[in-house]
Design a binder for this molecule. Structure first.
Ligand SMILES: Cc1cc2nc3c(=O)[nH]c(=O)nc-3n(C[C@H](O)[C@H](O)[C@H](O)COP(=O)(O)O)c2cc1C
Ligand code: SF4
Ligand code: SF4
Length: 273
């Protein structure tokens, strides 16, 4: 059973591809997380936990959920995280979570995906960079799926002591002072559909007088801004220049058959006829 959370579609894509390739089921945990639904999840196949990386680890609300929810049936658990390039100490924490749940840790892998954190100081990636990442990610998914199907362990990246020393105290400080929703606002093009509130994992948005109002529990996941059907959400003046990210807008780069992506040049050649 593939269990995942995804704010802007990257993890959802990887999780559904993994499910297809391993012949397993996929479960989006968003509603369960929002509703604090800790009812047991049963699977005869290994549990595969898929998550994005936030500030060098899996999102804390997600790790907390995984720790609490009873996972019954198969005793094997894999962790697959995806990031914009640095998964930090996710692997170390994944192993700890497996131990906490008394499940057999089958390894952890990182996949590099396009960066969805448009409000950070990083420049927006070019289309070529995004395409390259998506194509490489598909190859990595194939490798991971093969190993999971064979019941093999994944080779986890070694996490150095200095990474733990820096990240463990850094994450909560950064989250507290940097991850606030104060700069979010909705422009006049907002139609009051409520999607931003529905996709927020922390229930940090309410719709008042047909407009979103942000609370003080934000984790900067980018789900609200990335999923607004009217592109009506902005963050200060950063996003009017940089835009927003959603995997949906780049899916076409993988061509028609996502299970067999083609490399850049080949893709261009085919596209240009
Ligand atoms: C709040 C936040 C923090 C992030 N921190 C990191 C990070 O520490 N390292 C990194 O490589 N990518 C980081 N990213 C990028 C995401 O992990 C990456 O784009 C991921 O694919 C998004 O997945 P999703 O589309 O399923 O939400 C961060 C993104 C967000 C929103
Ligand atoms: S998702 Fe966009 S259009 Fe819908 S309520 Fe939120 S801001 Fe408005
Ligand atoms: S309000 Fe914050 S936590 Fe909620 S969807 Fe938006 S960015 Fe994510």
């Amino acid at each position: 059973m593939i269990l995942y959370f995804s704010a802007t579609g990257n993890t959802e894509f990887l999780a559904t591809e993994l499910a297809k390739k391993t012949g397993d089921q996929c479960l989006n945990l968003l509603e369960r997380i929002k509703n604090k639904d800790y009812s047991e999840i049963y699977s005869e196949k290994p549990f595969v936990i898929c998550a994005p990386v936030y500030v060098c680890e899996m999102p804390r609300f997600f790790s907390d959920y995984i720790k609490k929810v009873p996972l019954k049936g198969c005793r094997d658990i894999y962790f697959i995280v995806n990031s914009a390039g640095y998964g930090g100490i996710s692997g170390y924490l994944a192993k700890k979570a497996a131990r906490h749940k008394k499940l057999r840790f089958m390894g952890y892998n990182e996949i590099v995906m396009p960066r969805n954190y448009f409000i950070s100081h990083y420049p927006v990636q070019t289309k070529d960079e995004i395409r390259e990442r998506l194509v490489n990610a598909c190859e990595k998914v194939n490798e991971i799926a093969d190993k999971i199907k064979k019941g093999e362990k994944l080779q986890s990246r070694y996490i150095f002591l200095f990474e733990k020393i820096i990240t463990i105290p850094f994450n909560p400080v950064w989250s507290k002072y940097k991850m606030t929703a104060k700069a979010f606002y909705a422009a006049d093009s907002c139609i009051g559909c409520g999607k931003c509130a529905r996709v927020c994992p922390l229930n940090n948005i309410i719709i008042k007088d047909k407009k979103p109002v942000w609370g003080d529990k934000c984790t900067h996941c980018m789900a609200c801004i990335g999923n607004c059907p009217k592109d009506a959400i902005f963050y200060g003046n950063v996003t009017s220049e940089k835009g927003k990210y959603n995997f949906r807008d780049y899916k076409y780069m993988l061509g028609d058959n996502q299970s067999a992506p083609v490399k850049n040049k080949e893709y261009q050649r085919r596209k240009n006829g």
